[in-house]
Ligand binder design. Structure first.
Ligand SMILES: [Fe+2]
Length: 227
């Protein structure tokens, strides 16, 4: 009968422990998150609007950096219902990404983008903000609840949305849109209906179900596609 020495038994237990400890790591590595669907930045991206000069849009210079879009020049308050929008930026392995630049832009309470030439724009709304994610991959903005809009004689009708773009930290710049659960325009929005996967579509819909610093607040996590 084969006799195992004390040393052999110790080696075997060590080998077994390594196998057991390695197993969960393999399981984590194979579970990938689906990336957030990409949406074009569209014609009203404040640093670089498209269609100049046809649409009369003008790039914002200087860009109003910061996390609060509801305070305009001279401390002027914006119109519209203030909300807090926050979330995390992560990769498909679920690792949070610190130091990523997050930009958002949207229409003001009168339905205008900051880059559009319109006489009745809300002077208290900056229309654009940019922050960097913290050590936990978090970003956060104070803005207003957006409204849907129509452009080009009703040719394009959009549900309420906030544009969001992430860049920096070695990422390929990635843009998407934040939509709002319960918005009446969601059903007929061509961008929303293009996303076939119901789970992914649901992830794009923010629910303003929390209260944060006295304001309705919602979460939008961004899963950046693999390079
Ligand atoms: Fe838009």
């Amino acid at each position: 009968m084969t006799q195992f020495s004390h040393d052999d038994r110790r080696k075997f237990i060590g080998w077994l422990a390594r196998i057991l400890m390695a197993t969960p790591l393999v399981a984590v590595a194979t579970t990938k998150l689906k990336p957030t669907p990409a949406v074009t930045v569209g014609p009203f991206y404040p640093p670089q609007p498209m269609g100049l000069p046809f649409f009369g849009a003008k790039a914002l210079n200087p860009l109003p950096e910061g996390n609060d879009l509801t305070i305009g020049p001279g401390g002027r308050q914006s119109e519209g219902e203030k909300i807090n929008l926050s979330g995390r930026v992560m990769n498909t392995a679920g690792q949070v990404l610190p130091g990523i630049r997050v930009e958002i832009w949207q229409v003001d309470a009168r339905g205008h983008y900051a880059v559009e030439k319109a006489a009745d724009k809300d002077p208290g709304f900056t229309g654009y903000g940019a922050v960097r994610t913290d050590a936990a991959g978090r970003y956060g903005f104070t803005t207003i609840r957006p409204q849907g809009y129509a452009r080009y004689g009703g040719l394009i009708k959009r549900a309420a949305h906030v544009h969001l773009r992430v860049s920096g930290g070695g990422l390929t710049p990635f843009a998407t849109e934040v939509w709002f659960a319960g918005d009446p325009g969601n059903e007929r929005d061509s961008f929303i209906s293009r996303i076939d996967d119901p789970q992914l579509r649901d992830r794009m819909l923010v629910r303003l179900s929390r209260v944060e610093a006295g304001l309705p607040a919602g979460t939008f996590d961004v899963v950046v596609p693999d390079a």
